[in-house]
Design a protein around this ligand. Structure first.
Ligand code: NAD
Length: 503
């Protein structure tokens, strides 16, 4: 790991006045009636850069009411072609204000600009275009059936929006993951109330301006800020005016939200935690496997649900793989998020760093060999108070260690050797999670054989994070409920009803 020399000359510290993040309800920015606000902190510097209004039940009520009114109004009556055009304009609007979104996302998360420029913001825009295209092109099913009188009947299905959808979001890829839900929800004709993470209020708020500029009728897109329990998140998911809840975040939070959704029997779509394995076979292309594993472990400072935290390497290449993974980790450059040379930012907050550090300490106590890292990263001013941490690799722990079983969500992994394909599949699957898995092998037969047996919703062979947005996305076991992406999103964001017409 290197700390970039130019960090001292950084420009990342916001010297401007504190930003104020209000709720976006019925097409307008409104302050919370309680007057309560909380700090918005840039995790790269540890400095407060804004104040966020905290929603109480009153704001949630107003947002849900505005969304219900939008469904009864112009939005509910809008022709599909017009709705598609509106969504294209939202995508264009994000692209037109690309740099504003980039600044806002990087200030909230501390992530390198180079990452957000290529991943977060373009995907934020693409999520509106792709689902506009999906809804425009999706067929409905029809069945001509026989009847005793010989004249038959025609059955055909109609898709209708679910209604008002609550969208509860995490902080790791704020715009990307939020629009991944809002895009299809609006494409299907729903109205939404978004609850961004308390850590990352900026891009959801900015999107309100784009919605207005794009001609999205008021009340279709609403944002309420706040926390989870006893705050905006719980008030929203408990609200009886919410027809369905889509959530990305921790499995424990998903459990709490599912309890709230049970009242009124509301539908849920959950993208939850993971403890994703990588299986590296001796017949892999080592260069590709190292490059891919460095990315899948350390991208976004390890704060990617799809990221790898358990690496299993076939014994003949174990020593070489560990040495090269260490070299890859040590090449990562921590520094000014604006600097194109920076490849790793900080963790999202000091609280999250404390959690990740508790695993770093625990690994040592349990007797792990610390191959590299294992501590906070000391950074020069103006980043000294940021939540920086060293990229870390361990070996030597058993499969039942908490380091191998619990999601850490930091820039770290444990590497274990294996001798046998069946055995490594069993070990990799021995987890309560089932989100993603990577397999590194040059044998096509082995790739298919292993992929078929992995208990995960997403399996990559010789790649990571590569994805066609039309494909199903979601996790098995405690990593989620349902699939989103392409037509699969329509299953959640619409109700289908069948019309049977006797001929
Ligand atoms: P989190 O569960 O702590 O919070 C997510 C959101 O839920 C926040 O907006 C929070 O305010 C809200 N919330 C918390 N408690 C709530 C409650 N009781 N009722 C309603 N809302 C509540 O998750 P996080 O720390 O923001 O994100 C990290 C987690 O997200 C990791 O576990 C990661 O694996 C997961 N994640 C999963 C995916 C995926 O696609 N499977 C993608 C990204 C992140």
């Amino acid at each position: 790991m290197t700390v970039h020399a130019k960090a001292q000359a950084a420009t990342a510290v916001a010297s401007a006045a504190l930003r104020e993040y209000r709720h976006f309800i019925d097409g307008q920015y409104v302050a919370g009636s309680s007057g309560r606000t909380f700090a918005n902190v840039n995790p790269a510097t540890g400095q407060a850069i804004g104040r966020v209004h905290e929603a109480g039940r009153e704001e949630v009520e107003a947002a849900v009411g505005a969304a219900r009114a939008a469904l009864r109004g112009e939005w509910g009556r809008m022709a599909l072609g017009d709705r598609v055009e509106v969504l294209y304009r939202v995508a264009d609007g994000i692209n037109a204000r690309f740099d504003e979104f980039l600044e806002a996302e990087c200030a909230d998360t501390g992530k390198p600009f180079s990452l957000a420029r290529h991943v977060d913001i373009p995907r934020g825009a693409a999520n509106f275009k792709i689902f506009a295209d999906v809804i425009k092109n999706v067929p409905t099913e029809a069945f001509r059936m026989d009847t005793p009188d010989g004249r038959g009947a025609l059955n055909y299905a109609i898709r209708v929006p679910k209604g008002v959808v609550a969208v509860v979001c995490p902080w790791n890829l704020p715009l990307l993951l939020m629009t991944w839900k809002v895009g299809p929800a609006l494409a299907c004709g729903n109205a939404v109330v978004v609850k961004p993470s308390e850590e990352t209020p900026a891009t959801a708020t900015l999107l309100g301006e784009v919605m207005n500029e794009a001609g999205v009728p008021r009340g279709v897109y609403n944002v309420v800020h706040g926390f989870g329990p006893n705050s905006a998140g719980a008030f929203l998911t408990e609200h009886p005016g919410i027809d369905a809840i889509t959530f990305t975040g921790e499995t424990a939070t998903g459990t709490a939200i599912m309890k709230a959704a049970a009242v009124g029997v509301r539908d849920v779509s959950f993208e939850l935690g993971g403890k994703n394995p990588a299986l590296v076979f001796a017949d892999c292309d080592m260069d590709k496997a190292i490059e891919g594993t460095v990315r899948s472990v350390f991208a976004n400072c390890g704060q990617v649900c799809l990221g790898t935290e358990r690496v299993y390497v076939e014994r003949p290449i174990f020593e070489e793989f560990v040495a090269r993974l260490k070299a890859g980790a040590e090449k990562l450059t921590l520094g000014d998020p604006r600097d194109p040379a920076t490849s790793m930012g900080p963790l999202i907050s000091q609280v999250h760093r404390d959690k990740v550090l508790s695993y770093y300490r625990r690994a040592k106590e349990l007797g792990a060999t610390v191959v590299t890292g294992g501590d906070v990263a000391a950074m020069p001013a103006p980043f000294g108070a940021g939540s920086w941490i060293q990229p870390t690799i361990w070996t030597g722990l058993s499969d039942d260690s908490p380091i191998m079983r619990e999601e850490i969500f930091g820039p770290c992994c444990h590497v274990s050797p294996f001798d046998d394909e069946d055995d490594v599949i069993r070990r990799a699957n021995d987890t309560k999670y089932g989100l993603a898995c990577t397999v590194w092998t040059e044998s096509a037969t082995r790739a298919h054989r292993v992929a078929a047996q992995m208990q995960a919703g997403l399996i990559w062979v010789n790649s990571w994070f590569l994805r066609d947005l039309r494909t199903p996305f979601g996790g098995m076991k405690e990593s989620g409920i349902g699939r989103e992406g392409g037509v699969h999103s329509l299953e959640f964001y619409t109700e289908m009803k069948n019309v049977c017409l006797k001929l």
